[in-house]
Design a protein. Structure first.
Length: 155
């Protein structure tokens, strides 16, 4: 019996944002983003992409109820919300509750773009959608558009 070679996961960053690269709203503070994603590896990659783009990840959640609690605790400027979440919860319902309670908008992420899902998602008044799998370029375009929609345009 042959032993399998041991593999080592090496985590590298393509670029590390400098303080001058941070995306900032009008008040000079870095834009704070809450990530709601129930799959560990996509959540980790998304966090890295968001930070590489110069935004600040203020928290993460994996379920609808967790997203509501994190939104209350962290009061982010924007939420990157997966539509289908763990524990049978729904990102759309969480986004609606968060928007109603604190006025925090969501940018939806989903591999599901059927008409029924998109129609339900509109009830949350999202500032945009990013299809999965996402990459840094598409994420940057979606975040820029979302922030312009919110009146936080930046260069």
């Amino acid at each position: 019996m042959h032993a399998l070679p041991k593999l080592r996961l090496v985590h590298t960053r393509r670029s590390v944002p400098q303080p001058s690269d941070r995306q900032e709203p009008d008040d000079g503070q870095a834009v704070r983003i809450l990530i709601v994603e129930d799959e560990a590896i996509p959540a980790m990659l998304l966090e890295e992409m968001v930070e590489d783009l110069g935004f600040m990840v203020c928290g993460k959640a994996v379920s609808g109820p967790g997203a509501v609690m994190a939104a209350e605790d962290y009061r982010p400027d924007l939420i990157l919300m997966d539509i289908r979440l763990a524990q049978g919860t729904d990102g759309i319902e969480a986004a609606i509750e968060i928007r109603e309670r604190w006025g925090i908008p969501s940018l939806f992420m989903s591999a599901f773009s059927d008409k029924g899902t998109m129609a339900r998602a509109e009830a949350a008044r999202p500032v945009g959608f990013v299809g999965k799998p996402y990459d840094e370029t598409r994420l940057r375009i979606a975040l820029d558009a979302a922030l312009k929609t919110l009146g936080e345009g930046h260069g």
